[in-house]
Design a protein around this ligand. Sequence first.
Ligand SMILES: [Zn+2]
Length: 235
Amino acid sequence: MESDRGNITGPIVYVQILYDLAGAVSSIDFKSADGSFGKLSNAKVFSPQTAPEDQVFPNGKAISIKMADIPEVLLGLLHNQSELASIADFRPFPRDPAGVPMVLRHTLSCEACGHQWTAQLAEEQWKFICPRCKSIVETVGPAIVWVGPQSASLKAVWRDLPRPGSRIADVGDLTIDAMEDGICVLDPLGNRVVIHVERNGISVHLFAGGGDTPTSSSYKVAQGIIAPIPASETP
Ligand SMILES: [Zn+2]
């Protein structure tokens, strides 16, 4: 969205948006009182009279936007939750295998053995395996807490963006996401079967419980042969 100075009223922030060579947004930073660029939570708030002039660079631009327009502007720039990592406020968070910042803390308690633990994830997850006794533990609603940026605008953007890869089906407790070159089948415990289309067949990778390292059970089916894929060759 281009800022139109004539229409700007109310509190304003100055945001620097940089693009990579492919034209995708690579970073979004807000000008702070000390002149550096960084988190929205540290942003200097300008009035319409003091807001800096818009600037265009070869690889991006810096523009004044109304604070009230932040969600609309960011939703116009980003396509899915993994791209939130370009925003300074989301950058410090660890990311899940799909690249989505992990901003939901789950507090879990196993009734069977009494073990208590927390898990920070990018999505709400309703079932876990107790790391101590392997019982299945169900999450109760209040046990999931937002630990992401405190800005209501940024939280709204997170809520309104889809996850990367489009969800194509829910089958029982399984969800199926479309990926660039295949599909991902996910169960409520975060276990995933990822199927990639290869040049002459398909490959199948298994991921346990939200981890991003495939198990040794990765296979390739190509030219009539089923062969295990060495861990060193898994994506
Ligand atoms: Zn347990």
